[in-house]
Design a protein around this ligand. Sequence first.
Ligand SMILES: [Zn+2]
Length: 399
Amino acid sequence: MHDLALLGVLLAAIAIGFGLGYRRASLRHRRQEARGAPEPSREYFVGLNYLLNEQPDEAINTFIHALDVNSDTIGTHIALGKLFRARGEADKAVSIHQNLLARPALSTSTNQHIQLELARDFMALGVHDRAQRLLHELLAHAVNSPYHSDAKRLLIDILEREKEWQSALDIAQPLIKQQPGMRRPAAHWLCELALEEIQQSSRALARKHLKKALQLDEHCVRATLLLAELDMENGHYRRAIDGLERIPRQDIAHTPTMLPALQRAYERNNDIQGFETQLYQLLGQAPYTSVIITLGELVHHRDGVDNAIERTGEWLREAPSLGGLDYLVDLYMESQRLSGKTPPDSRLLLLKHHTGALMKGRPRHQCRRCGFTSDSLVWQCPSCRRWGTIKPITGIEGE
Ligand SMILES: [Zn+2]
């Protein structure tokens, strides 16, 4: 939200808080009211003066000090803290929420609400250990509280940021049945645990985590890729191929992601013919640029560059792309070099210059959720923090 808009909301919240304060006062002093409405406090006028002098921060501070904390206004105080946090002033939010928690005779529910907000303030400040302590305490005492599931989600978010994958799984486990949306992140946490086991040479444990990841989320491409890598390390190339060939069924968009591993597995299995057959199948399903270029290279090495030009040209007519055109220009230049024409045709050089310039610096992956782009594949989007939403870019400028 725009800072000025936030400020407006903040001041409106304070005004409502004052209104509530007066309403309460008027109920309390109904008899006095007959003689006239309660007088606004001195701070109210000081605050107004700050506002008129365009000193909103001073105005807010004065209003907050003037606003009584009572059952009518506590919601306004909590909201003020939230607004300060949203303005990037989490330290002020901490001070408001801590001040509220110190009040005696808060209801259990209000106490839990403030604890949750305070945990959010600490998280915004990056003080994760204090936020974690508050949330653990809240979860221990608030099993049936309306704030229980929010506290759990917040704790999971912190544990993810701290890369405490097993703890995140332990907290999320009871939620997974009721909330299918938790399955995908949980599968990725298991992949993270598997990577840690691989680093410590515990491949059997890694395999166990990956199989569990696939039980939780059968579309977890990352788990299938990692299992295939483990199979290749053990010399089980056929098993790796079978695993990798499941990936387009898990998520067709990740066909280009698995292609280099599939090529490696077929090559190590000495089965280039099998690889070519598989590539033709993939071409029929989804003619990604990577599939076209890989197939073009197979034809190039076996049947020569002119055959590769002819076949690649046919495939690109069906599925044109900048990367495919760039590869085709490479093939034409290679053909000219082989026929003794050096340097290559200047028109080809110009074309190559243009395709290169157009492709330079273009991201190859994009988050399908928030649009964040990156060159390499990242399994958790750094922007929206969703798992498995970053995929290869398709279309003329991509795959
Ligand atoms: Zn995103």
